[in-house]
Design a protein around this ligand. Sequence first.
Ligand code: SF4
Length: 79
Amino acid sequence: MLNEILSGWKNFIQKSEVTENTARKRAALCALCPHAAKGKLLIFIKDDLKEIQGSYCNVCKCPLSAKVRSNDICPENKW
Ligand code: SF4
């Protein structure tokens, strides 16, 4: 899972249109998910996807800014 999240941070920095389109759809699902939680340290990471800015998944513990841009899967199979 570490490799997937690192790839997500790489995509966070190097934003491509395909990645951002996919990330936007995933972020919309995460924003409605009861497993999305606010992380205290993550508030310092600014994200164009405001609906998930500062949040992490409390199932896999991954920051959502990287998670939605990674080649990982949602642990609850929502995307
Ligand atoms: S990755 Fe899946 S389980 Fe985690 S917050 Fe997003 S939709 Fe919910």
